[in-house]
Design a protein around this ligand. Structure first.
Ligand SMILES: Cc1cc2nc3c(=O)[nH]c(=O)nc-3n(C[C@H](O)[C@H](O)[C@H](O)COP(=O)(O)O)c2cc1C
Length: 192
């Protein structure tokens, strides 16, 4: 079976749970192989936001968890084929590095590979308010074809729980990856 390969980068912005939820959903789809890379700062954010989860949990969900310093990992090379990459969440530092071609860690290198190879790259930037620097970096990347998908809830789905809010944004990313899901009710279908 030819599996669809998806790379997930998790950087140190608030909202590690977005990356983990995405991985959780993808891990339930047999036809998908996941490669995950987590920045150093993410571990600190995780400790603050979701102390009940650890890197071990991510390792259990991922098909491959790569060390962020390991530039010999397959995803560091353009010759290793994958179908798309999502950075969820994407910190402003990671955003700035991607926008400027700085491959300072494996996550950034994999993003650079995506851009140079013309592959699908989806970023979930998380910061508020956004400065002109942040906005310029996003605009530069959007012009290169990178999908900028900030985790912003749509309240027309009438979310009842934090999980509903997370699922909405993760679902929007899955739509862009052409992966079928049932994470939220679509406009036009009968709403809750
Ligand atoms: C609890 C916590 C929350 C943070 N939230 C954000 C955030 O929402 N957006 C952001 O750009 N940086 C945030 N930061 C700062 C980043 O972690 C920091 O800039 C780090 O250098 C990012 O590194 P990375 O992009 O390599 O993961 C947060 C830091 C902590 C400790």
């Amino acid at each position: 079976m030819n599996k669809k390969r998806i790379v997930i980068g998790i950087s140190g912005a608030s909202g590690t749970i977005y990356g983990i939820r995405l991985l959780e959903v993808l891990s339930q789809i047999l036809e998908i192989e996941t490669h995950v890379v987590i920045s150093k700062a993410t571990e600190l954010v995780m400790k603050h936001e979701i102390p009940e989860l650890s890197i071990k949990d991510i390792q259990t969900l991922a098909d491959h968890l790569h060390d962020s310093n390991d530039f010999s990992a397959p995803i560091a090379s353009g010759s290793f084929l994958f179908d798309g990459m999502v950075v969820a969440p994407c910190s402003m530092k990671t955003l700035a590095c991607i926008a400027n071609g700085l491959s300072l860690n494996l996550l950034l290198r994999a993003c650079d590979v995506c851009i140079k190879q013309g592959r699908k790259l989806i970023l979930m930037p998380r910061e508020s308010p956004l400065s002109v620097i942040h906005l310029e970096n996003m605009l530069k990347l959007a012009r290169l074809g990178v999908h900028i998908v900030p985790p912003i809830p749509g309240f027309y789905t009438k979310p009842q729980t934090v999980e509903d809010i997370i699922n909405f944004s993760v679902g929007r990313v899955l739509d862009l990856l052409d992966i079928k899901h049932n994470l939220f009710k679509r406009w036009g279908n009968k709403m809750k």
